[in-house]
Ligand binder design. Structure first.
Ligand code: NAD
Length: 457
């Protein structure tokens, strides 16, 4: 991304080639209050429709996205570097989940009826007004889809700011969604942190933010004085526990795919692996063997399994984590070779401890960090020793269910990743989240509950 303040355009840069992908006009921050006011005005008629009618109106979204499947995938790869197979996977995941998500939203927004003999109550789930939706670059379609669409389905007008790294994917997604809602109900704002802060400060009723923990803290504080509603989906430092009776091939397959997918730039990437001593050496060898088979390259090349980092800033952040771990005694089992451009060599580190920066702060890069522990209790203590709490997983048999229940994350997988069955909320615990989305429970976070009561008849 480069911003030309003289002409106020934002140019999206391909991290593999350094070439421009395209440009969008930056929205002047001073225009944002008027845009929010226009959204509020246009949103009145949308808010007055029933949830059933609104969801019927936007149900065709999956089909409309399908018509742009290849273009969307090309943009994801070009703007942030993910391999084409992963880009198509992201687009197909969004399209494939549409129908079920709309069913869940319709169920979640259906009023509840309660009776206690004396009183009969109807609990309605009404729009808040204007929702500000701010998204990151790592899933340039998946994150806007997970937040813009429920905000609209709940009857809100939306002011949406995609990441400055992936404005073209955000713009195309918004244009497709705009076909399904009345004019002015969904606005797009382009820019960086400056525009993000201006949206949060404007007269919005709900802020739906997906991004880093640091920005999330600022947003929560900024919303405090106006008591604005807030949903924050933030970063993670997900642990994986490998127990003595784990299937080590399956555990190593998962460790590699979930540490290196999207070049490690996933909120629920495996960032810390705790393996019990008696199986540690075998497990480490299996991980290294698999990492050596990753194919580094431009995501647009079909054979690439590991693309570049999104930009040089992210690359330097990952390299600093690796350097600091080495200074503190970590062993490099593979990787850590200098690379040109925005690439970071896929790296496996061992001989780690939980005081190291790389085991505490989000790395968000292609690094597998493996720490040996004495036993199950030590693994649990180390895994839970974090202020984050997004995802977690445990590989094992006899104790796996018990270990899963004692992990402090919001989503825990047993012998698999942390994502729940379709319809489950996507929820971060501790400092990884504040509110959540997904499923019939999640849609209600985008709506104001109102209770209307009458004498029971
Ligand atoms: P970021 O916090 O730097 O930026 C996210 C978005 O917020 C961008 O659009 C940015 O312009 C805007 N922004 C930045 N500072 C802001 C502020 N103070 N006020 C308002 N807006 C602001 O994050 P990023 O680098 O784009 O994305 C990576 C982060 O996102 C990682 O921490 C990752 O774990 C997290 N993430 C979380 C989830 C989840 O569901 N929990 C999903 C994807 C990514």
């Amino acid at each position: 991304m480069t911003t030309d303040t003289a002409t106020t355009t934002l140019t999206s840069i391909n991290p593999a080639t350094g070439d421009p992908v395209g440009s969008v006009p930056v929205t002047p921050a001073t225009d944002i209050p008027a845009i929010v006011a226009a959204a509020r005005e246009a949103g009145r008629s949308w808010a007055a429709t029933s949830p059933t009618d609104r969801i019927a109106t936007i149900r065709g979204l999956g089909e409309a996205l399908s018509a742009h499947r290849e273009r969307l995938a090309e943009l994801l790869t070009a703007e942030m570097g993910k391999p084409m197979a992963e880009a198509l996977g992201e687009v197909d995941w969004v399209i494939g989940a549409c129908d079920k998500k709309f069913d869940d939203m319709a169920r979640g927004l259906t009023p509840d009826e309660l009776q206690d003999g004396a009183t009969s109550s109807t609990i309605h789930f009404d729009p808040y007004g204007v929702a500000a939706v701010i998204t990151p670059w790592n899933f340039p379609l998946g994150m806007p889809n997970a937040t813009v669409v429920p905000a609209l389905a709940a009857g809100n007008a939306v002011v949406f700011k995609p990441s400055e790294e992936t404005p073209l994917a955000g713009q195309l997604f918004a244009e497709i969604v705009q076909q399904f809602v009345p004019e002015g109900v969904l606005h797009v704002i382009h820019g960086d942190e400056e525009q993000g802060k201006a949206i949060v400060a404007a007269d919005v009723n709900l802020v739906v933010f997906t991004g880093s923990r640091e920005a999330g803290k600022h947003i929560l504080a900024a919303c405090g004085s106006g008591l604005k509603r807030v949903i924050l989906e933030l970063g993670g430092k997900d642990p994986m526990i490998v127990l003595s009776d784990a299937d080590l091939d399956k555990a190593a397959d998962f460790a590699v795919s979930n540490s290196f997918r999207n070049c490690g730039q996933v909120c629920v990437s495996t960032e810390r692996i705790y393996v019990v001593d008696d199986v540690a050496e075998t497990f480490e060898n299996k991980v290294v063997e698999r990492v050596l088979n990753l194919k580094i390259g431009d995501g647009a090349d079909d054979t690439t399994t590991l693309g570049p980092m999104v930009n040089n800033r992210q690359k330097q952040h990952v390299l600093e984590h690796i350097e600091s771990a080495k200074r503190e005694g970590a062993t490099v089992r593979c990787g850590d070779e200098p690379m040109d451009g925005n690439w970071v060599a896929p790296t496996v580190l061992t001989d780690l401890n939980n005081d190291m920066e790389i085991m505490r702060d989000e790395t968000f890069g292609p690094v597998a960090c493996i720490m040996r522990v004495d036993d199950t209790e030590a693994a649990l203590a180390a895994a839970n020793d974090t202020p984050f709490g997004l995802g977690a997983c445990v590989f094992g048999d006899a104790q796996a269910e018990d270990v899963a229940r004692r992990m402090t994350a919001g989503m825990i997988g047993i012998n698999r990743g942390c994502g729940g069955a379709s319809g489950s909320p996507f929820v971060g615990a501790q400092q990884s989240g504040y509110g959540f989305h997904g499923g019939t429970m999640g849609i209600r976070q985008f709506a104001q509950a109102r209770v209307v009561s009458r004498p029971a008849t």
